[in-house]
Design a protein around this ligand. Structure first.
Ligand SMILES: CC(C)(COP(=O)(O)OP(=O)(O)OC[C@H]1O[C@@H](n2cnc3c(N)ncnc32)[C@H](O)[C@@H]1OP(=O)(O)O)[C@@H](O)C(=O)NCCC(=O)NCCS
Length: 314
């Protein structure tokens, strides 16, 4: 077995492994990963995707890649085939991650590395991260079946209006996100939340790029204080399978919390998806964010997987 630079290969070499990964995402997360897989293959063909491939007799049976975002490195994916012949898949995962982590930590100008590996069970790939000084945060992948029995949300303060997301909402949404995540554990995991420009980049990634499913404006909403004409909360949803929505963001300004706005935003999204015959709604949440976890449980979301987010600051 050899670990080689991913840029020595083409999409033809990587396609069989990604086909298997698409099947794994579908069965574990009800997630159609084929759009992301196509994007990865295009980057591999352009020889611009940094990463490593595990090779056995000319065949790629594992890979990991990362991207640079300014002074931050983000580990985008790690996947090893279940039939790894004579190789211990877990050992191959560790070796790939060790290469990626070393490369990122030694890259000039890189002061931060983030990773969220959804298909890997919590603890499963933690060792190479914790050995290199990463912080680890357990996160839950939760799923709500969108059955016919919709519960009605309790009435909202009449001063608050829930309306559909529009292209004009970018700036206000970025301001709400930045304020909502001040001193929040999720701002340790994703540093984009700490600044207005970072929150705008986050929004841009979610709305314009297909990395995390395809943004679905129809099931995305904002909460507005009518008299003040200001945004006080929002929910963004993407389509991750033809009939599955995924909440990529939900937040409410601190001074408006515990008045049912979070419940109303989630109800607006799930009602919209139900009307369009979606069957499930998923989301991820940090385990330590107990208030949010309790809220989702209360609404019927079930934890399907626990995975880890890793962060290193150099
Ligand atoms: C998570 C978050 C969006 C919830 O928003 P919220 O508006 O406070 O949520 P709600 O008020 O609808 O519900 C919160 C609690 O208030 C209760 N509540 C609902 N309606 C209420 C009302 N009219 N009056 C008082 N309390 C009410 C809910 O039952 C819930 O209590 P529970 O958690 O014990 O069941 C908000 O706390 C937040 O923005 N947090 C920071 C960002 C974040 O963590 N986002 C989630 C990332 S996954």
């Amino acid at each position: 077995m050899e670990i080689l630079d991913l840029r020595h290969f083409s999409s033809v070499d990587l396609r069989p492994l990604l086909d298997e990964e698409v099947r794994v995402w579908a069965s574990l997360l009800s997630w159609d990963y084929s759009g992301s897989a196509d994007m990865i293959l295009r980057y591999v063909d352009s020889k611009i995707l940094p990463g490593y491939a595990a090779i056995d007799r000319g065949r790629i049976f594992g890979y990991a890649f990362f991207v640079y975002e300014g002074s931050k490195g983000v580990i985008g994916d790690l996947f090893v085939a279940s039939d790894s012949r004579n190789h211990n898949a877990h050992e191959v995962e560790s070796q790939l991650l060790t290469h990626v982590i070393e490369t990122l930590q030694q890259s000039p100008g890189i002061h931060r590395v983030e990773a969220q590996l959804l298909v890997h069970e919590t603890g499963g790939v933690a060792r190479p991260f914790t050995e290199q000084g990463f912080q680890r945060h357990a996160r839950l992948f939760m799923l709500l079946p969108l059955g016919p029995a919709a519960r009605t949300a309790p009435p909202l303060d009449p001063e608050i209006e829930i309306r559909g997301w529009s292209e004009q909402d970018y700036q206000s949404a970025a301001a709400v996100i930045t304020t909502a995540y001040r001193d929040h554990v999720d701002a340790e995991i994703n540093d984009q939340y700490r600044t207005l420009s970072g929150s705008l980049r986050f929004l841009n990634n979610i709305v314009r790029f297909p990395g995390c499913g395809t943004f679905d404006p129809g099931s995305s909403f904002v909460a507005v204080h009518k008299r003040a004409r200001s945004m006080v909360g929002l929910i963004l949803c993407s389509r991750v399978r033809h009939d599955v929505g995924h909440v990529t963001q939900v937040c409410v300004l601190p001074e408006h919390r515990s008045h049912g706005i979070g419940v109303a935003l989630l109800a607006a999204t799930s009602d919209n998806l139900r009307r369009r015959n979606f069957t499930q709604l998923s989301l991820t949440v940090t385990e330590a964010n107990t208030h949010a976890v309790e809220l989702y449980r209360h609404l019927g979301f079930d934890t399907k997987r626990v995975f880890d987010a890793f962060v290193w600051e150099g």
